[in-house]
Design a protein around this ligand. Sequence first.
Ligand SMILES: C[S@@+](CC[C@H](N)C(=O)[O-])C[C@H]1O[C@@H](n2cnc3c(N)ncnc32)[C@H](O)[C@@H]1O
Length: 373
Amino acid sequence: MATVAEEATVPAEKPAPPQEEVSKEAPESHEQPTPAPEAEPEEHQHHVLEAESTDESNTSDFDYDSLYGTDEEGASATTSLSDSVRNYRYENGRRYHAYKAGAWVFPNDEIQLEQMDLFHHIFMLRLKGKLFLAPIEHPQKIMDVGTGTGIWAMQVAEEFEGAAVMGNDLSPVQPTWVPPNILFEVDDFNEPWLHTPESYDFIHSRDLHMAVDDWTNFVGQVYEKLKPGGWYESQEHTVEITSDDGSVPEDNVLKAWVRGLEKISDLIKKDCHPHKYIDQKMKDAGFINLHKEYFKLPIGTWPQSKVDKEIGAFNLVNMLEAAEGFTLKGFTEILGWEVPVVQKMIVDIRKNLKKKDFHMYFRFCVIYGQKPE
Ligand SMILES: C[S@@+](CC[C@H](N)C(=O)[O-])C[C@H]1O[C@@H](n2cnc3c(N)ncnc32)[C@H](O)[C@@H]1O
């Protein structure tokens, strides 16, 4: 496996537009010169980021090449991380991934990465500190598909020090100073997975709605890469803003926001409600011992219970941070709205998220199942 490429020269990040104000005039363009799209490599290859280890004595006990298959000529499908995957795109003050540019409609800049880590904290609070609910014991190889900042993967690597952990994503945004038993790859999970079949004990994915082209195919790839007896766990938060007492009116901008996101997901053909059927797809693929559970994630401090109030408080900050990143690219590029109109909507969304009389929440769905022995 080759070593990590030198730091790519990435254009300096522009500050994000003001969070709560929209200029009445058309905003100055924050667009950075977008480099010409990279030619697709002729063959589908991973880009592997070799990490620095937090353990100085580490001599890498893990044979990561054994996690990958080889092509027909026996050549490894793994390459070092090239500059092209760091050649990020900039639009309206936000940064987007470079590898397979446009495949993911949400930013990969610091604002979004902080928001993802906050979301992780919220999920952990909801699951009472557990990274997963599947009954996993002594896993040797674990994969986190669409790992984002890698926070889940890094924590699972700490929990199972003897396991080799692989985190996959389109964006090489994960830290390089990580536990010694973890590796990150840049690859598109909608392409055939190059990992060795039947090599993983546990595969996890979280929040991949609006990212997966075909969930039958995705679940099939998970099944193929799991060892007999291995487990897959899907964790998805739902795309809805609802209330049990009807306190969020149907004509509120929050409902319009969700309808817009649903429309975007239809247009890009990447479903935003896969929690509805991932368990059925798993059953069809051959998984057994299926379990599905929903949890409420309140937004705001309206709940009575202490833990829900705490989750709600974090989730309010999370949603305020996420509002721009979740909205800008999809509403402008996919729905064709003007940037100032979308900016105005984001301000309205933030105002309404803060309404104390909206007893709003969305849900978090955990599904797991086992490949038969
Ligand atoms: C909402 S984030 C979730 C990140 C992480 N799983 C978590 O829960 O913190 C979705 C992630 O999927 C990645 N992603 C989207 N499409 C992808 C694809 N086709 N192949 C690999 N990663 C992808 C994005 O770059 C992003 O980091």
